[in-house]
Design a protein around this ligand. Sequence first.
Ligand SMILES: [Zn+2]
Length: 79
Amino acid sequence: MSAFELRAEHRPAEIGRQVRCWHIAQARHPSGLGRRLLTPCADALPITAAASITPQLRCGGCWRLHGHATALAQGRTGG
Ligand SMILES: [Zn+2]
């Protein structure tokens, strides 16, 4: 039920492109939670795939902010 999705930040590769890291963005918003503007043609994944992203490829800022937003949505306090 989340309105979030994963959005890739790419870097040019000799053939095609490679994923530099994954950001978390609100669906249909042009920028990630960390305010980084993402290209509209970037690869996207459902937010449910977040747990399977290699830690080195995660945007720390986006993951932290999303965790915070999720905690708020679930009504948790403290932390
Ligand atoms: Zn990010």
